[in-house]
Design a protein around this ligand. Structure first.
Ligand code: WT7
Length: 647
């Protein structure tokens, strides 16, 4: 199947050049930006930092590179919240809408730049009143409400680093992340809206708070209206704090390398990694990419990214990139199918969205729902549409092009990672001829190469995607674990950052991303490690051993398939085990299918043969099984898989 996909990709011959109409008003046409960056990438980034970001003190050195540690715009000072808010208000754009917020039940809020600034100033003071200062960590566990943006920007304003935890993560996952970061304050809500119902957040947070000694205060936004316990002295309502906080909180300059945020992401082994992002380089990277990749014209565009702020996409392309550019954007709280399968398209029509950014898994879901859903609405405002999170298959690309882009919107397929901070490989919509399914080329300023097993550069054909030189938004490390940082990203190919993705170069030099080559699954555009799900399964008292693999899935990209061996005499049903995983990690990590098996296929040295399990899960014929200690295990698993697909 994987091989067939690669073949199919290589047969993809369709090409879509930008239209003359699009080019006539695009920021970038032709190759001048690429040429400039190729001359001297540091000078190129320095120009972006100078033009796109406001500094209160200029930097001395553009980039200090002590492989694998980089510092950007060293000596420079700036405030990220100032860049996202104050400077727009000072320039007379305070009345411009920053956020058109749409709650799932249909309630709305329109927030101008001046209003957002006022709320951030107040909340910055509220945080200070709770004892938060420069260098502290603040955890955020919120639904998609404007207060999430306010909380993040307020941390940035006072120099505290935020660590946002996706609201779908379990209390256990939240507690782990709070403890790893030693966060002082947690900002949460009573609950949020999802599929027509209120989902509780504060009760989940309370469970986590039982084992998070570093937390001194909890701030609770009222959104769901559900009943919550408030622990006196520790827990505070957001609206009470705001009523008592003073209104003015000038933005203080921060060092360019001041920690802006931690964001936890899954790796192949062990606990989630706290990815560190800092101030000046990160802001430069996301401002630049948001402007040029989406061809943003802040005066006229209405931008909408459907991600959650709990993921890096929400950090870089809902909060920091768009606000730094002074854009007007839509933020939507809920699911795409409430009350109907056309909710997103009704929002596009209502706010006349011009730039729309979503994930392939969502596009494949829209395909399943049918073309009549987008057809119910006037989508003619759209002019650029984007994709992120996993490879987009050519069929989904074509559907997106025809039914959402109505044949005349460039598609920007953007490859990047939590670790890269911002987009790295993507078309520029006025400059690049696209091919369905290809992320095309590294952006100006980015160095990417495909290498073989031995680290030799591949100019045609498949291999491993590596990044060849530092970039401003790159992660500065893993919180508390510099060794793991070196080992994970910089050890496989000396001198190169290894992303963990396979990639292929076609005859025209286009890059095709082929998915992860390690034990990280990509489920609906979210990284989940096989080890984490295995640990969650094994923490159940009935489970002796578990092996987890990601199998191709038509909608979610990959689906989590688990093989579980129970302890002698123990019994548990599949749905209880799935719920156990949800409790340990969150609903996104629930296995789609669990096979119970008396044994797992292992090599003679006792290593679980995941490749075989993947073959079984995807219904492939098995290749060489001679290294197996007991080949009958696999035959039995295949029979079970065949049975379950008949059920
Ligand atoms: C992994 C990073 C970047 C924000 C969302 C995910 C995969 C991401 C693409 C794309 C093919 C992609 C990669 C990458 N990925 N975008 N356009 N084409 N694959 O962030 O959770 O850090 O995951 O997502 O496998 O390594 P993340």
């Amino acid at each position: 199947m994987a091989d067939e996909t690669i073949e199919a990709l290589l047969l993809e011959q369709r090409k879509f050049p930008p239209s003359e109409a699009f080019k006539s008003r695009a920021h970038v046409v032709g190759t001048h930006l690429y040429d400039e960056a190729a001359q001297d990438y540091e000078a190129f980034w320095a120009r972006q930092a100078d033009e796109l970001v406001s500094w209160s003190r200029p930097w001395g050195t553009v980039c200090e590179w002590n492989l694998p540690f980089s510092k950007w715009f060293v000596g420079g000072q700036l405030n990220v919240a100032y860049n996202c808010l104050d400077r727009h208000v000072e320039a007379g754009r305070g009345g411009k809408v920053a956020i058109h917020w749409e709650g799932e039940p249909g309630d709305t809020r329109t927030i101008t730049y001046a209003e957002l600034l006022a709320e951030v100033e107040r909340f910055s003071n509220a945080l200070k009143d709770l004892g938060v200062g420069r260098g502290d960590r603040v955890n955020i566990y919120l639904p998609m409400i404007p207060e999430a943006v306010v909380a993040m920007l307020s941390c940035a304003r006072i120099g505290a680093a935020h660590s946002v935890v996706f609201g779908g993560f379990s209390s256990q996952a939240l507690a782990d992340r709070i403890n790893d970061a030693s966060a002082k304050v947690l900002i949460t809500a009573d609950g949020g809206w999802r599929r027509g119902e209120v989902f509780p957040l504060k009760p989940q947070a309370d469970e986590a708070l039982a084992s998070t000694p570093s937390i001194e205060h909890v701030v609770v936004v009222k959104r769901g209206g559900n009943t919550v316990d408030m622990k006196s002295g520790r827990d505070h309502w957001y609206h009470d704090l705001m009523a008592n906080a003073s209104a003015k909180c000038p933005a203080e300059p921060m060092d360019s390398e001041q920690l802006l945020f931690l964001l936890y992401t899954s790796g192949t082994t062990g606990k989630p990694k706290g990815i560190m992002h800092t101030t000046g380089g990160y802001l430069t990277h996301v401002t630049y990419t948001h402007k040029y990749v989406f061809d943003l014209h802040a005066d006229t565009d209405v931008y909408w990214c459907t991600a959650d702020v709990g993921w890096v996409t929400g950090h870089s392309y809902i909060v920091y990139g768009p606000l730094s550019n002074g854009a007007t954007q839509v933020i939507y709280e809920g699911v795409p199918n409430h009350p109907g399968n056309d909710r997103l398209w009704s929002i596009v029509e209502k706010y006349k969205v011009t730039i729309f950014y979503t994930a392939p898994t969502a596009i494949r879901t829209f395909m399943k729902w049918g073309t009549q859903e987008p057809a119910k609405h006037d989508l003619s405002s759209l002019r650029v549409i984007g994709s992120v999170g996993e490879p987009i298959n050519p069929e989904a690309w074509m559907w997106y092009h025809e039914h959402i882009g109505r044949g005349n919107c460039p598609i920007v397929d953007t490859w990047w990672q939590t670790e890269t901070g911002g987009i790295m490989i993507s078309p520029l919509p006025g400059a690049t001829t696209t091919k369905p399914g290809s992320a095309t080329f590294p952006l100006p300023g980015v160095g990417a190469e495909v290498v073989d097993e031995n680290g030799k550069v591949v100019t045609k054909g498949g291999g491993y995607l590596t990044l060849t030189h530092p970039w401003p938004g790159m992660l500065r490390g893993i919180w508390g674990d510099p060794e793991r940082y070196k080992e994970t990203y910089w050890s496989r190919f000396p001198g190169r950052y290894f992303a963990g993705d396979g990639a292929k170069l076609d005859d025209d030099g286009y890059l095709w991303l082929l998915g992860r080559v390690d034990d990280v699954m990509n489920v609906s555009g979210h990284r989940i490690s096989t080890t984490e799900v295995e640990s969650a399964l094994v923490s159940h008292p009935s489970v002796a051993e578990a092996a987890v693999v990601g199998a191709n899935d038509a909608t979610t990209g990959q689906a989590i398939i688990a093989y579980v061996t129970l302890r002698g005499g123990a019994q548990v049903n599949e749905s209880d085990l799935r719920n156990h995983v949800a409790k340990e990690i969150g609903a996104i990590a629930k296995p789609k299918t669990i096979y119970f098996t008396p044994d797992l296929p292992k090599t003679r040295s006792g290593k679980i043969m995941r490749r075989l399990l993947r073959d079984v899960a995807e219904g492939r014929n098995l290749g060489d099984t001679t290294t197996l200690a007991d080949a009958s295990v696999v035959t039995e698993l295949q029979q079970r898989a065949a049975q379950s697909s008949e059920d």
